[in-house]
Design a protein. Sequence first.
Length: 145
Amino acid sequence: MDDIDRKIVALLRQNARRSFQDIGAQVALSAPAVKRRVDRLEDGGVIRSYAAVVDPAAMGWHTHAIVALYCEGRMSGGEVRTAIEPHPEVEAAYTVAGEASAIIHLRAADTEHLEQALERLRDTPGVTRTHTQVVLSTLLERPVA
């Protein structure tokens, strides 16, 4: 991956619907050359997918929390994923080093919905407890460039 590839990726991250011609004008390549590079980036797994980035609050999800999830015994990462995947409020989950089995980013419409989601998570077989921190404001979210 060279500097031109990085510029192409950055432009697609800004707007994935941007034309190859427009990208080419920005990086001094023809549209077919940009397409070949994008195809190579896709084939190489650098570009995994294209998606619409949606504001959760605009969709009615005004509350979010960071949840430490504690599981019994030695649940594997796959088992933890299987346990939390059915919960639509779970936006992301990460295995971590330390006491917790995983850290979960959870979204909810409001605190009542958050409480219900947490109760359902705690009722999941293998989950012993949670430790929740409600997010008051977002200071920085930075995409990988």
